[in-house]
Design a protein around this ligand. Sequence first.
Ligand code: B12
Ligand code: SF4
Length: 489
Amino acid sequence: MAEIILVQPKAGGFDKVGARLPIGILSIAALPYKKGHSVKIVDQRIDSDWKNTILKHITKETICIGITCMTGSQIKYALEASTFFKGEYAVPVIWGGVHPSLMPKQTLENHNINYIIDREGDITFYNLFKCFKENKNFSNVPGVWYKDFDKDFNTELKYTGNKPFIKTLDILPELPYELINIDDYTSTNFEGGKSIDFVSSRGCPAQCAFCYNFVYNKSRWRCMSAKETVRRLKFLVKKFNIKSVFFQDDNFCVNVKRLKEICEGIIKEKLDIKWGTLGLRIDTAKTIDEELLNLMYKSGCRNVDIGVESGNQEMLNKINKNIKLEDIYNVNEKLSKYNFIIKYTFIIGFPNETDNQRMDSVKLALELVKNNKKAYTLFLIYTPYPGNHLYNEAIKLGFKPPKTLEEWSSFNYDTWAFRFSSWHSKKEILKLGSIAFTSFFANKNVLYKINNKLIKLLFLIYHPIAKFRFKNNFHFLPIDSIIGRRFIE
Ligand code: B12
Ligand code: SF4
């Protein structure tokens, strides 16, 4: 039996590449678990029999259900779980995560969802759970969306009011990794052995126009101190015999002093791990000197992801990336002297982007890889997710946002342009799709990210075709990417 059941829904094709650790759900589990309550995590991605697993744990003692959700196909699977719960027991279903926080009213209109917790749920979820358990009113728990009735018994959507961000992550309890089986997951793995995802900061101070951060995190960066980060890592490395750590922070390196202290701490504690991160900006990388780069390498850093987004300065300015093309070249040259795998991400298909501007991005990608043998580039198609500045520009250009939660579930960056009308012609969409798809298969440096043996094999078979297409801008009859992207969906 479990007092709390937390569900990590499937996310679609991403799950085939490998299931990352459910950090959001673990963050929600941490406080009630620490306080001695029984919490069960059900992960649809690794448990094909998840409905029966739920049936094993749900009893009259179950107080509430929590489901995490981001925009896209994850909604479909989160809804499947919510409907299942509603069919089985009348337990309150609480949604949290990026999508419900950005679109609370539309999400709550779904009759299978009872509550939404806005943004950070670590403390709010526990407080709401306690109110339910102790039969108390929750109106003084800020950050909760709920349903009420007006005098004519019409449903009203209400909100208990805003809450401040958690200032320092040091105050939060450690994540209860023991509630999952780490071996079931495939976080980025550098040299075999067990790997985990870890989040040491939240948010980002930058204001890129395509990113959720400005609206969701209000450009506020909050972190765990270096000392506490190292202490927690040391504990996890020992307890689970961890060999690789991937920092899923939006912007891990905002505070270079903290970055240095984390590296020093890992070395001092002889943690013997390899690590990578998805969050380094070009402007920060510019300020990182050779001494710190050496320290990063010595502490086990083997991979850094950098968002470059465009190879055209005008476009970089338009999306408020706040970086210069020459800095991208210089940083790449500096990093090429180290044994880090660098993943440069690009976005194509921005509102009003011309074909020439797009080709500038392809050219830059080819240059970066030519000048740094450990680099690879990945192209993604711009998707007007709610909560970014470009969203409104996309609407002006003909994008019709989904009107219901169910409609949002068929919205992902592979399909939105076809289904929700946009500024691209069909021919253009196919080309964008082919550029994005072939960019992934064009460079073998990406292989460390793929743990599934079958996908690895398919990668190697398709690699020469993808490389030819991407390098020569040959996207005629892109049947390969059409089939491949169907598989991802
Ligand atoms: C790991 C990751 C993934 C994993 C899965 C993660 C998952 N949650 O299922 C994979 C690889 C599958 C993935 C895929 C995609 N992702 Co992703 N991903 C991330 C990443 C890097 C880390 C998530 C994380 O662990 N965060 C740390 C935890 C602590 O934060 P959190 O999850 O937000 O949880 C907190 C709150 O949201 C809330 N909360 C969360 N869940 C719940 C549940 C309950 C019940 C409650 C009460 C509260 C609550 O409380 C938590 C603690 O405060 C984030 C960026 C980031 N740094 O957050 C992007 C991010 C979530 N992804 C994003 C996107 C766009 C995608 C993709 C579309 C493609 C892409 N280009 O990456 C696909 C979509 C897949 C699909 N088909 O739907 C966006 C989401 C935007 C949006 N509007 O939803 C983000 C924010 C990145 C970004 N900068 O744009 N992603
Ligand atoms: S630097 Fe990255 S995380 Fe920060 S706002 Fe820009 S895209 Fe978002």
